[in-house]
Each structure stands twice: as C-alpha cells, then as structure tokens.
Design a protein around this ligand. Structure first.
Ligand code: NDP
Ligand code: OXD
Length: 295
C-alpha cells in the first residue's frame, strides 16, 4: 500500500490468521467477518455513511468505528448538489427538450436569490454544499440536530424547528445519514409542508443522503398530484434501482446511480493510513461514529 508502505496489508478473504489483524477497512462486509477478528483495534468504514456496517448485529461493540471524511469526497458532493440545484433552477430539462425539437423558446428565468434551498443535514457534506450554494446567491437554510454557524446559511435545529425549515424551502436537499430517526423522513407529509409560493409553484426534492430516508411511493404520488414539482434522486430504497421502478421514466425525475460523490480509493487509503498513524502516536482518532446516534 503506497499510502503506508510499512503496513502489512491483507485483502479479505486472504487475510491469514484472524489474530494478525489490527485494523480493518470495510464497506459491505458479510455479517460476522469483523466479529471474527479478536485483536481488532479500529474498524474503518470505506465511505462516509456507516448504516450498512451498523446493520451487522455482530459488529464488535468495543472497537471504535471511524468513517470517511475527505476533502475530495466533500468537493464531489458539493459539485453534485450545486449541479442539481442549478439544473432545476435553470430548467435544463426544458432546454434539452426544446433543442431536441428545434424550438426557440427563450422563457423567463428567475434570480438565484428567489430560490430558497433547504439542506437537511449540515455535517461535513451538508455544510460545504450549503455554503457553496449560499456563495452562488441562493437563499439557503439548513436543518440539523444541533445549531450551526455557516456564513450565509440560516440554521434550523431539531424537530421543533423542522416544520419552519420546510415551510421556507423551495428545494429540499437531503444529506442526512440513514439512522432510526431519519428513516422515511422524506414522506408525503413532509413534502406537503414544503413552500408552495416559490418560483415553480411547487417544491423540488434532491436526495443524495440515503434511500432509506425516502418513501418512493409518496414521492411519486406527490409528483403526480402536483405536491412536488420535480426530483433528483441519487439513492433509492433498493439499489440498483429496479428496472420496473416508475422513477426511471418519470418526466420530472432525474435518476443518478448512487454516484453523487465517489470515494477515490487512493484518498481513502491515505486517510486510513493517517488515522492509523495518529493512533500509533497516541493521538485521538478523528470522525469516530457515535453508535448511539447511528452516525
Ligand atoms: P455527518 O455525520 O458529518 O453529518 C450528518 C448531519 O446530519 C449532521 O449535521 C447531523 O446533525 C445531521 N443529523 C443526523 N441525524 C439528524 C436528525 N435526527 N435530525 C437532524 N439532523 C440530523 O455526515 P456527512 O455529511 O459526512 O454525510 C452525510 C451522509 O451523506 C452520509 O451518512 C451518507 O448517507 C451520505 N453520503 C452519500 C453519498 C452519495 O454518493 N450519495 C456519498 C457520501 C455520503 P448534527 O451536526 O447536529 O449532529
Ligand atoms: C458513502 C457513499 O457513504 O458513497 O460514502 O454513499
């Protein structure tokens, strides 16, 4: 491993004796594999989200779980969020359709400041995306468990402020982790609470968090009855999105294949090697998952 040539790196399932393993990096390990490593000191998620790892009920309780927080991943996610907000804001689907039909339709557009974007989840990814949207002139707010201070971003915190956050949002972006509390949060009742007096007369949804947060039948219902103007979905209840899902062909849905922010393997290896080096210098690990909160 070029990131740390001194480390003896083994690739599952050829990892030799289980007691040789001190650190494990994993994304979707078969349940029980990590529990079978008696000298494990740290588990590293190979992604930012840890929901898949935490689903393994045998995951060792006494071993810290560290998740990825990487500038390259953050940059990619912000690119995705800014791209999708702009795509809807500048009505790119209409432009593409017009070009295909050779129609010269120079329709009126609105200012970025007229579009109120609400970002659910103001962690590493959400705070960066929200800050970049604010820099572009959008009217940005964010919702998180605890209050934040991000230049140009109005902060809403906790369930008490959830409805007020929704009521001022024309575009709802989810960058929440999948936890017991966020499961199904993007449902019909939530979508009904979004602003309906924005430039498009109905709100827009962008979910790049996790599919477990969305109720796809509710999103389709909301699109079809006018509760929702349009949606961009990168994550789904079932991945890959089954071929029979109406989301694939819905005229007001953009589907991307859980690719909003790819992890660069070299960057992730450097990150893990850096965390191991910290631990071995007796420094605290960073980005340790709170197993109680689930993120
Ligand atoms: P962080 O842990 O840094 O941030 C999570 C944010 O969600 C925090 O602001 C947290 O609030 C907030 N939050 C969690 N639970 C609640 C709740 N019940 N109510 C209100 N706010 C809540 O995570 P990241 O920003 O690094 O990543 C977020 C998620 O993005 C990942 O978990 C993963 O699911 C997804 N992801 C998707 C990718 C893709 O390609 N589609 C790529 C990478 C990640 P607080 O700050 O107050 O704790
Ligand atoms: C992640 C992801 O959590 O790619 O890193 O979804």
């Amino acid at each position: 491993m070029t990131a740390a040539p001194a480390l003896d790196v083994r690739v599952w399932p050829d990892m030799g004796a289980p007691e040789d393993i001190s650190y494990a990096g994993a994304w979707l390990p078969p349940p029980g594999v990590l529990a079978g490593l008696p000298r494990l000191r740290v588990m590293f998620s190979l992604g930012a989200g840890v929901d898949a790892l935490l689903r393994d009920e045998t995951l060792p309780r006494n071993v810290p779980l560290v998740r990825v927080s990487d500038a390259d991943l953050t940059q990619r996610m912000s690119e995705y969020v800014v791209l999708q907000v702009l795509w809807h804001h500048r009505q790119q689907r209409r432009i593409d359709d017009n070009q295909r039909r050779k129609v010269w339709d120079s329709f009126a557009t609105h200012a970025a400041g007229d579009l109120r974007v609400g970002v659910m989840g103001l962690g590493v990814l959400g705070s960066d995306a929200a800050g970049k949207l604010a820099m572009m002139g959008f009217a940005v707010a964010g919702w998180s468990r605890t209050r934040k201070q991000i230049a140009g971003v109005q902060s809403f915190a906790g369930w008490d402020e959830f409805d007020a956050f929704l009521a001022r949002s024309d575009v709802l972006v989810s960058l929440l982790p999948a936890t017991a509390e966020t499961r199904g949060i993007i449902n019909y009742a939530t979508l009904r609470k979004l602003a309906r007096n924005g430039p498009f007369g109905a709100p827009i949804l962008i979910n790049a968090g996790r599919g477990a947060q969305q109720v796809e039948a509710d999103i389709l219902r909301a699109l079809d009855d006018g509760t929702l103007h349009a949606a961009t979905l990168d994550v789904f209840e079932t991945e890959p999105l089954p071929a029979h899902s109406p989301l694939w062909t819905h005229p007001r849905v953009v589907v991307t294949p859980h690719a909003a922010a790819d992890s660069d393997p070299a960057a992730i290896c450097r990150y893990i090697a850096g965390q191991i080096a910290r631990l071995e210098r007796c420094e605290a690990l960073q980005n340790v998952v709170d197993r109680q909160r689930g993120y």
